[in-house]
Design a protein around this ligand. Structure first.
Ligand SMILES: [Zn+2]
Length: 77
């Protein structure tokens, strides 16, 4: 599972969206330095942050379970 190379390593984990309940797998190239990238939930678009070199790849594992199809509204004021 640990694909260590000169440019960091690939981190793979599964996550459930806190907003819509979808489950997805995240594949991120983890940075040596503290760089931040964000990735969206594939179902509702809610964004999560991770320490990575670039935007991670996201694979949907299970569709959202809340029965809605709205998009997550970012609330940053
Ligand atoms: Zn979601």
């Amino acid at each position: 599972m640990d694909d260590t190379g000169p440019d960091g390593h690939l981190s793979v984990f599964e996550q459930s969206c806190a907003y819509c309940g979808a489950r997805f797998r995240v594949l991120a190239q983890v940075a040596h330095e503290h760089q931040h990238a964000s990735y969206p939930c594939p179902e509702c678009g809610k964004r999560y942050e991770i320490e990575a070199d670039a935007e991670p790849e996201v694979q949907l594992l299970r569709r959202r379970g809340d029965g809605k199809d709205d998009r997550y509204q970012e609330t940053m004021f």
